[in-house]
Unconditional design. Structure first.
Length: 228
């Protein structure tokens, strides 16, 4: 008889099983969705167990917090990918390019300019998702829907690799229409099916996001518990 895996009942294995189930229902390959473990506010003592279970993609909201804890973790585990998922100030672009492997919050021409300059200086090109303000909530960041074509053109002209689009739907409202809108915007703006990355879905709605084409889900509390 096979022995049960020591991690069968862990939060990570539970989230992975939910992702696999949602992919199966949506008739998508299980490997079509990348899980980003959102480790903001959590220290190495909470992150390390997930690394030991095999999780390799993590997300942070703040540059300074990431700088305080991730260099040592990445040195110990060089295959880790670190994604910036929070709003990014233009004056932090250089630090972000140095620290992160992907950015999910490109949302304005000034940030395109700052990131392009930082990437040139570092001789490093890193993929970026353009964050779209699908719920018309400027306080969350994100490019207004009407400005998206121009911003994408600006980013492409600056030789910034575009991974796709990202959104954070309004809280307390059914998210499905917003996820569907993001998919339509990606389709309408020149992302073909093979390169159409959709960063959408969090702990409370990632299965819905997967049904509607998410390629990257950003899960925090379902893995780490509620933030203190």
């Amino acid at each position: 008889m096979d022995m049960p895996d020591a991690h069968d009942d862990s939060p990570l294995s539970e989230v992975q099983a939910r992702i696999a189930k949602a992919c199966k229902i949506a008739r998508r390959e299980a490997g079509a969705v990348s899980l980003i473990a959102i480790s903001k506010t959590h220290g190495p003592e909470a992150i390390t167990p997930l690394i030991e279970e095999g999780q390799r993609i993590f997300g942070e909201n703040r540059v300074q917090e990431a700088a305080d804890k991730w260099p040592a973790l990445k040195e110990a585990h060089p295959d880790i990918e670190l994604h910036m998922v929070g709003q990014l100030q233009s004056n932090k672009a250089g630090d972000a390019v140095e620290l992160f492997d992907c950015i999910h919050s490109l949302d304005r021409p000034s940030l395109v300019k700052a990131l392009a300059k930082a990437m040139d200086k570092a001789d490093k090109r890193m993929p970026c998702f353009v964050q779209v303000d699908v719920g018309e909530e400027p306080q969350k960041g994100g490019c207004p829907v009407g400005d998206l074509p121009a911003l994408l053109e600006t980013a492409r002209a600056a030789d910034i690799p575009l991974a796709g689009l990202m959104c954070v739907p309004p809280s307390g409202i059914e998210p499905a229409p917003f996820f569907a809108l993001l998919g339509k915007l990606a389709d309408d703006n020149g992302f073909d099916q093979l390169s159409m990355g959709l960063s959408m879905g969090m702990s409370g709605d990632f299965e819905t996001a997967i049904m509607l084409g998410a390629t990257h889900v950003r899960v925090g509390s379902a893995l780490f518990g509620a933030r203190g």
